[in-house]
Design a protein around this ligand. Structure first.
Ligand SMILES: [Zn+2]
Length: 365
C-alpha cells in the first residue's frame, strides 16, 4: 500500500503533470534588451493558471509543468491569478458534459491530500486555498485580498474559483469562500450547475435564481465574476444584471478560432460595454494556432472589436494544455505584441493595466 502511494505521488503524478502540461521546445522568439526592459518595468498580470491543482511545491522550480514562482519572477510577472479546479468529468469535451462523474479523486489521492478532499469539491477548494496561503507564508509571494494589496512590491497572487458547483448550491458557502481568500469566481466550469449553465454542459441554461442572488452578493463582497466557460445564455444573463466590471479570465475569439468556449464579436462588445476584461489564452482550443503568432492574432482581434481597454492575458498555464512557452518566457509575447504594431502604452494595458483597473474597482477596501 505504502509502495503504491509512493509510486503515485513521486512517479505517476509527475509523469502525468508533465505530459498534460507540456511546453513545446519551440525556437525562442527574439527579445531585444529594450523590449525586455519595457516588459520588466510594466505591470504584468496573468488571469488564469491551474498550477495549484497538481500538488507541486510552487516555490521551487522542478521544471514540472508551465509555472512556478521562480519562473513567474523570471517572466517579470507581478500578479498571477491562481485558479482552483474542483471537479472534472470523465470523457471531458468542449460540447456536452454531465456532472455525474469525476476524475479528481485519483489526483487528490495521488498528491497525498487529506481524505476529506477525495470526493468533496468544497473541501478541494478550501484545501487549495490553504496551500496558496502556506506558499505565501514561506515565500515572498503576497496575496491580494484588499484593494491596497494590489500596490504591494514583488510577486502577488490572487485566488480564483473555477466553477461555483463547489458551493454545493448553498449561498452561505460564498461567505466562507470569501473568508478563505477567494476574490474571483467563474460561474461554471465544464458542466451546468445550480448557479449557471456551462458552454460545455448538457442544457447550457442561463443564470438561475440562486445565481442572480450570488452575483449580487459577489459584487457586494468584492469578488470579481468570471464568465469563462459560461453558457451563452448565462453570459448574457449575467452581463444584464452586473453592476461591476466582469472578466472572461481565459478564452479565445471565434473570429480566429471557432469553438464552443470562444467569444463572438457580440460578446466581446458586451464585455467592453460592461467595462470588463477578456483574457486571451495560449492553448489550441482558444487560439487554434497556439504559437506566439496565433496568440498575437487573437489578441489583435479582441483589441479591434472590444477596444484596447478590455483585453488582457489568460494563459491557462497548467490547465492540462500544451503551451508554446512557459511563464518564464512571457517577454516573448510582449515582443510579439509590439512587433504586431501595438504601441508600448497599448501593450502595457494588455499586459496587466486593464486587469489592474478592474480589480482596483472590484476588490474590497
Ligand atoms: Zn478553464
Amino acid at each position: 500500500m505504502l509502495i503504491a502511494l509512493c509510486l503515485l505521488r513521486f512517479a505517476v503524478l509527475p509523469y502525468y503533470d508533465n505530459r498534460l502540461n507540456a511546453v513545446l521546445a519551440a525556437e525562442a522568439y527574439p527579445v531585444s534588451p529594450a523590449v525586455r526592459e519595457f516588459h520588466q518595468t510594466s505591470f504584468v498580470a496573468d488571469m488564469h493558471a491551474d498550477s495549484l491543482l497538481w500538488g507541486r511545491e510552487l516555490d521551487k522550480s522542478r521544471r514540472r509543468g508551465q509555472l512556478d514562482l521562480p519562473r513567474l519572477r523570471a517572466g517579470g510577472v507581478d500578479l498571477q491569478v491562481f485558479s482552483v479546479v474542483t471537479k472534472v468529468p470523465w470523457g471531458l469535451n468542449y460540447e456536452a458534459n454531465a456532472d455525474d462523474s469525476d476524475i479528481l479523486p485519483i489526483l487528490f489521492i495521488a498528491a497525498w491530500r487529506s481524505p476529506a478532499t477525495w470526493f468533496d469539491p468544497k473541501q478541494r477548494a478550501l484545501v487549495q486555498a490553504r496551500e496558496l496561503s502556506r506558499l505565501a507564508d514561506r515565500s515572498s509571494l503576497s496575496l491580494v485580498l484588499r484593494r491596497r494589496d494590489l500596490a504591494a512590491d514583488g510577486l502577488r497572487g490572487l485566488l480564483a474559483l473555477e466553477g461555483m458547483h463547489a458551493l454545493g448550491g448553498r449561498a452561505d458557502n460564498l461567505d466562507e469562500f470569501f473568508a478563505a481568500g477567494y476574490r474571483m469566481m467563474g460561474l461554471a466550469h465544464f458542466f451546468d450547475n445550480e448557479i449557471a449553465g456551462s458552454a460545455h454542459g448538457q442544457a447550457k441554461h442561463g443564470l438561475t435564481e440562486l445565481g442572480r442572488r450570488l452575483v449580487e452578493r459577489m459584487e457586494s463582497l468584492g469578488i470579481t465574476i468570471d464568465l469563462a466557460h459560461a453558457s451563452a445564455t448565462a453570459f448574457a444573463d449575467t452581463i444584464a444584471v452586473a453592476t461591476r466590471p466582469l472578466v472572461v479570465s481565459h478564452t479565445g475569439v471565434k473570429a480566429t478560432c471557432a469553438g464552443a468556449r470562444n467569444l463572438s464579436d457580440e460578446q466581446l462588445r458586451a464585455i467592453a460595454g460592461n467595462g470588463g476584461v477578456v483574457g486571451i489564452g495560449y492553448w489550441k482550443g482558444a487560439v487554434c494556432d497556439a504559437s506566439l503568432a496565433g496568440i498575437t492574432r487573437a489578441i489583435g482581434h479582441a483589441v479591434e472589436v472590444a477596444g484596447i481597454d478590455h483585453v488582457g492575458l489568460g494563459s491557462d498555464f497548467d490547465g492540462s494544455i500544451t503551451a508554446a512557452f512557459d511563464s518564464a518566457s512571457l517577454p516573448q509575447l510582449t515582443a510579439s505584441l509590439l512587433a504586431s504594431g501595438l504601441s508600448k502604452a497599448e501593450v502595457g494595458k494588455i499586459l496587466g493595466g486593464n486587469l489592474r483597473r478592474v480589480l482596483d474597482s472590484n476588490l474590497p477596501e
